[in-house]
Design a protein around this ligand. Sequence first.
Ligand SMILES: Nc1nc2c(ncn2[C@@H]2O[C@H](COP(=O)(O)OP(=O)(O)OP(=O)(O)O)[C@@H](O)[C@H]2O)c(=O)[nH]1
Ligand SMILES: [Mg+2]
Length: 441
Amino acid sequence: MGLPQAVETAELKRRVEPPPPSSDPICVQATAPGAAAIATFVLDGKGALAAFTPLWKGQQAPEASQAGRLLHGQLVDAGGKLVDEVVAAPLGEKESETGFEQLELSCHGGLGTCAAVRETLVAAGFRHAPAHELSARAHRAGKLGLIELETRLRLPAAATPRQAELLLARGEFQARWERLGMEASLGMRRREIDWREPLHAAALLDYERSEPGRKLLATHRVLLAGPVNAGKSTLSNRLLGAEASLVGDEPGTTRDRLERPAATRGLALNLIDAAGLRAPSEDLEREGQRRALEAAAEADLVLIVIDGSRAPAEAECAALEPLAARPRLLVLNKLDLGTHAEAEGLAFALGAETCRVCARDGRGLDELELAIERALLGVEGFEAGGPFTPRQARALEALKWGLEQGLDGVELIGHIRNLVGTRPNEEELAAVFREWARNDA
Ligand SMILES: Nc1nc2c(ncn2[C@@H]2O[C@H](COP(=O)(O)OP(=O)(O)OP(=O)(O)O)[C@@H](O)[C@H]2O)c(=O)[nH]1
Ligand SMILES: [Mg+2]
């Protein structure tokens, strides 16, 4: 479900710029609001531990000397009243990622308790800040590289295990480019040239992986469209693994546009079932079809579903024409009833790859899912361990281009440095936030 427009715009504006450099004590709620056993706040900033001390009642004081320990105690307000029973894990400036004192505070997770804890912290001088402010501070402290930062911004939104796997493989990606950067530096110092070719091959390979990597992290709109009674809703239910849409023998069962989140081969989908296309019998059906065609115009992929067991009528073929302009797959359904040559022939007219399925018993579904993956990622057998943001792709492209143009080693190493981003870099940091806020990955 989307945010209301005004909130969404405000949220976008807030996120699009990295938080300005700061060192004041902040409190960040690291866990999502809701009914939960535990919630975690992170307190961070110059003097954070001293600012927290008056709120603490427990055997050991949460000081930097207690770094790495979990301290059980009570959080109290300025009047000494109990706010919650908590566990505190302090870190000193040396141990923390931001270079400031830090304290991880776990409390009970209910909405009411969290509100009370937050109010108490704010009253004690902690500024309530978004979680990404901690990451920006860590980067500016030189303790968080940009690939890691990009990973952290995206991991909370990972919708499938495969998305999480791609993000978690960032260590492999980063280590590869750190090694290549080191080899290039050494080679340059020794005035050798044999490092340029393997570097170009690596840049090319990873650049080509960047597009599927970004697409794997996206949510794709996939519409099931086609004539009435073709089995669109049956297939939609099968892809969802749930009886979500009504299925009926009478043509024209589905009227509304039904959008649901789904996962296919680890890709996050927004699966859309809609009204079948035919000469509409009344206004409601006409509106349903208008919405189906509107969804087609916005879809990343249209599954054109037809009854493959019979010859398609001329009017049915004509109704499919607007779909031929979209990225598409032709799905010949009702495989259990046979396959008609004229139905197969539609693949030529529509210029679409064909899959044969029986939505009723699930036959052919694996092949269809593979075809969906191929169509959405643009490759087959994509593996984690490579780039996944436009910024990374741009850095790789610049490096590749630089090698092709014979740029000197210093400039090339600059591109590798930008890619890995272990040194604080405000320009690159801004690019990271811009892309994340716009959901460009
Ligand atoms: N034999 C056979 N029947 C199927 C198959 N898939 C769906 N059906 C039947 O076809 C009829 C229509 O199925 P739906 O899924 O409602 O078709 P639809 O394309 O959503 O239809 P509308 O919503 O009316 O546009 C139902 O009776 C289904 O049981 C299949 O693979 N084989
Ligand atoms: Mg239907």
